[in-house]
Ligand binder design. Sequence first.
Ligand SMILES: NC(=O)c1ccc[n+]([C@@H]2O[C@H](COP(=O)([O-])OP(=O)(O)OC[C@H]3O[C@@H](n4cnc5c(N)ncnc54)[C@H](O)[C@@H]3O)[C@@H](O)[C@H]2O)c1
Length: 331
Amino acid sequence: MNSKLTYLKKLELFNELDNFKDGQFFAVADSKIKNHLPQWIQFSPHVFWLKNPEEEKNLTVYSQAVEFFLKSGIGRNSKIYAFGGGATTDLAGYIAATILRGVGWSAVPTTLLGMVDASIGGKTGLNMPQGKNLIGAFHAPENVYICGDFLTTLSEREWLSGKGEVLKYGFLSPDIHQLIVKKAPIEQIAHACAKFKNELVEKDFREEGERIHLNLGHTLGHAFESTLKISHGQAVTMGLKYLFKIMNLNDSVASWDQMVRALSLPAEKYDISHFPNFDIKTFMGYLEFDKKKIDTHIRLVLVKAIGSCYVEEVLMKDFKKKIQTYDEFKN
Ligand SMILES: NC(=O)c1ccc[n+]([C@@H]2O[C@H](COP(=O)([O-])OP(=O)(O)OC[C@H]3O[C@@H](n4cnc5c(N)ncnc54)[C@H](O)[C@@H]3O)[C@@H](O)[C@H]2O)c1
């Protein structure tokens, strides 16, 4: 199960969307990007608008959206379009996975993180008060339209977040690593990342094998994200750095430095010392919620060389000890 990726300019996207102008058109869209969309979509009665997608990626809004689409006359053969970042595509995809036992959907990611990661691979989901993405389904979008023109209005925070995931791909693929260090245009790098993920997911849709490599840096990353309330990508960038340091992967630490510079990322923002309120106890608590924890062990993705990753099962208590005894974590 994978999706058809199409790279296009905004005008080409508008032409593609115009094919649905006179039929029933159902969409979930982030209101922040309303002005990016064709006028007929802006005024379409069957678009469910989100004001603050991450806060609305929950059961309450899910149920409101399902009711909205049922009242709008959605049918088994209808399609749902998603316009927005990862929170919007996660929610829209989950609605598509479940409404009427599943309808088709297409994603138009509008953040860099959405383009390289969240809109691809069919993981859809909702947050619960107990944690992020605790409800979900695998339901791949039929199409993912990648249009770099949306990125012109992205905030600094969202650029950093998206580039954090790009950095991760630099460890998974030698080609992407090359593009990054040669400072290729970000759109070109984003296309390569999207293609890489789509191909990996095609081989292992349900994450029973190699797809787990995409979680590189995410064990510590998720704990940083929850403890420090920073963006996903900034947290992944920190997660990568401290994973390499704790596990003594010195070549990877050097590659991290090289790619951080090439992507013009602010290296100082990934130091624990940048966050005076960092609380090690809270951080360790979040580690326990990692989905890759199996009983007493944690499955860590590690790097042998650029493009060559492997999974190691480590005793959770040993991993925690490595963290607690690492100088930068002591506070
Ligand atoms: N399904 C997956 O495989 C997967 C993978 C990674 C992340 N995610 C999920 O994705 C989410 C994070 O993605 P995200 O960072 O895109 O989040 P997001 O959707 O919350 O977007 C981030 C911010 O950017 C704004 N925005 C969107 N497009 C814009 C544009 N073109 N210009 C200006 N502002 C714009 C949004 O309104 C929001 O404020 C999380 O919920 C995470 O769990 C899912």
